[in-house]
Design a protein around this ligand. Structure first.
Ligand code: FES
Length: 284
């Protein structure tokens, strides 16, 4: 199976870890002072990662451009290549934002994915410059550049797919968790004031915050990348901030208030009955 071969190759690329760490520091230094821009690029406002939605534009346009080149339609290929190139720049911006939230194996795959896309974009730049006669060159040279760029694009896109479908990066960590209407006992039943605490409700682990008479309860597993909110979180205003990558979730509703998470955190209703504390999943 191709996936096993590709993953075997990627898993041996230890050099990518150091490169990834350095790139991530640079990107974080640039994006952290602009949380609104960072959230815009993640797609937090959309409730869906923006990067995979945008990547459809360059892949589609550059596939069309290659086809038009091959059937001898240079004018159509020229404009399709330009659309694809601009799409690659937009995809790069959203990809850089998502890259800042990767760790370990995901960061290694993301580093190789982004380097392939960088080389592909550079090669396509030459193709665009030749097609629009900004750079001297023949149509044949522009087409050869497009073929090389396309092969790099497809290789990079495959690895990007691995990052999501194989490693589960930027997917909803709670996609398969049911929202049943049964009340479950919470253990323990008392908690410190305005501090994060871990509690069990049946098989589920929750993070809870006691504020006066009100107990707020969210699922403990961060919707972004799976950190424990009770262990890695901190209370910031009416939100829990996950210190792993900075996502924030509303304590009362679980709604994502800051990325990189794009999905809400499951929230729970709380009631007290006969000395016990019980919870059940809030309806979305
Ligand atoms: S695991 Fe990334 S923000 Fe929580």
């Amino acid at each position: 199976m191709i996936r096993r071969v590709v993953n075997g190759v990627l898993d041996r690329q230890g050099w990518a870890d150091g490169v990834g760490e350095l790139l991530q520091k640079v990107y974080l230094a640039a994006l952290r002072p602009m949380p609104l821009v960072k959230d815009l690029l993640h797609g937090t406002w959309l409730g869906h990662a923006l990067h995979p939605a945008i990547t459809d534009v360059p892949v589609g346009a550059l596939t069309a451009a290659l086809f038009l080149d091959l059937i001898g339609e240079p004018d159509g290929a020229k404009w399709a290549t330009l659309v694809g190139f601009v799409g690659m720049l937009a995809a790069a911006l959203t990809g850089i934002a998502d890259y800042t939230g990767t760790d370990g194996k995901a960061r290694r795959y993301a580093t190789i994915h982004s380097l392939l896309m960088f080389f592909s974009t550079t090669v396509y730049l030459f193709s665009v410059l030749i097609r629009f006669q900004i750079l001297a060159g023949s149509h044949q040279q522009a087409t050869i550049a497009a073929v090389v760029g396309y092969l790099l694009l497809i290789a990079g896109a495959f690895i990007g797919g691995q990052l999501v479908f194989d490693l589960g990066y930027m997917v909803d960590r709670h996609a398969w968790r049911g929202g049943g209407q049964k009340w479950s006992s919470l253990e323990p039943a008392s908690f410190p004031e305005n501090a994060l605490a871990k509690a069990k409700a049946g098989a589920q682990t929750l993070v809870v915050v006691q504020r006066g008479d009100v107990l707020h309860a969210l699922h403990d597993t961060c919707a972004h990348s799976g950190c424990s909110l009770a262990e890695k979180g901190t209370v910031v205003g009416d939100t829990i901030e996950c210190q792993c990558h900075g996502s924030r979730f509303d304590l009362r509703t679980g709604r994502v208030a800051r990325g990189p998470a794009t999905f809400d955190q499951p929230a729970f209703e709380v009631r007290r009955a006969e000395g016990r504390v019980e919870v059940r999943r809030m309806r979305a």
